[in-house]
Design a binder for this molecule. Structure first.
Ligand code: CDP
Ligand code: CDP
Length: 218
């Protein structure tokens, strides 16, 4: 039994998990785990070390040895800030490809659970409520239409200085949704006790308020 509260926020790509999780954590004074960043860092490292996305055991060994730090919203790999680099769609797609392997996922479990510290944690990803923190007192599953998500991701990529194409993005999002939802290990799906929140027509503040309200109402 674990006393330290966790708010698990899962959902498909660009549903708003990261943004909502960051703001909820700030409001409650909780720690933050962006689990997708771990998979993205692993993807970046696999590119650097030229490990193929299907080499499950080599990837798991790599992931076990990764030297990662998160500081003030920045993600570092081997002491170098790669926060911007890991946001490329190419890295997101590769992260999704390596995340299908059980050995890779297993190598990240303890690292993720170590983020659970007082006074509490907000964790976002795909399997926070189902696998990593099954005892989380609040589980939220964020959704939004694929069109709304593609439009958000488009805006976000342009703002970060990446080039983007709406048709390619829609295709990639659908492909990533299908792969994340249909994989055998830890597929993207709401936990049985998750609260569903469709953010298609919500502002960020409305989504954040709803999550905080659910947490405080417990
Ligand atoms: O973490 P995830 O991929 O689920 O999504 P995100 O990076 O938090 O959000 C994708 C983009 O959608 C961000 O630029 C958010 O500002 C935006 N967003 C929005 O416009 N309305 C919402 N209700 C939630 C997020
Ligand atoms: O920002 P976006 O929602 O597109 O992706 P992300 O949360 O940064 O995660 C990138 C990829 O890592 C996802 O497409 C998933 O395949 C994988 N992932 C996962 O399998 N489990 C998690 N807890 C988080 C991410």
């Amino acid at each position: 039994f674990h006393q330290t509260p966790v708010i698990a926020i899962d959902g498909p790509t660009a549903s708003g998990k990261g943004t909502v999780a960051t703001l909820v954590a700030a409001q409650l004074g909780f720690h933050l785990l962006d689990s997708g960043a771990l998979y993205r860092l692993a993807a970046l490292a696999s590119l650097r070390y030229e490990i193929a996305p299907d080499a499950a055991d080599d990837l798991a060994a790599l992931v076990g040895d990764l030297h990662i730090t998160f500081r003030e919203g920045c993600a570092q790999l081997d002491g170098v800030d790669v926060s911007n680099e890991i946001r490329a769609e190419e890295i997101g797609n590769r992260a999704s490809a390596i995340a299908v392997h059980q050995a890779v996922r297993a190598a990240l479990v303890a690292r993720q659970r170590a983020f659970r510290k007082e006074p509490g944690l907000v964790a976002d990803g795909r399997d926070m409520g189902t696998v990593i923190f099954p005892d989380a007192p609040l589980k939220v599953f964020l959704t939004a239409s694929v069109e709304a998500r593609a439009a958000r991701r488009y805006k976000q990529l342009i703002q970060k200085g990446f080039s983007a194409n709406m048709d390619d993005l829609l295709r990639d999002l659908r492909e990533r949704d299908a792969r994340d939802s249909n994989r055998a290990v830890a597929p993207l799906k709401p936990a049985a006790d998750a609260k569903l929140l469709d953010t298609s027509a919500l502002t960020i503040d409305q989504a954040v308020d709803q999550v905080v309200q659910w947490y405080q109402a417990q």
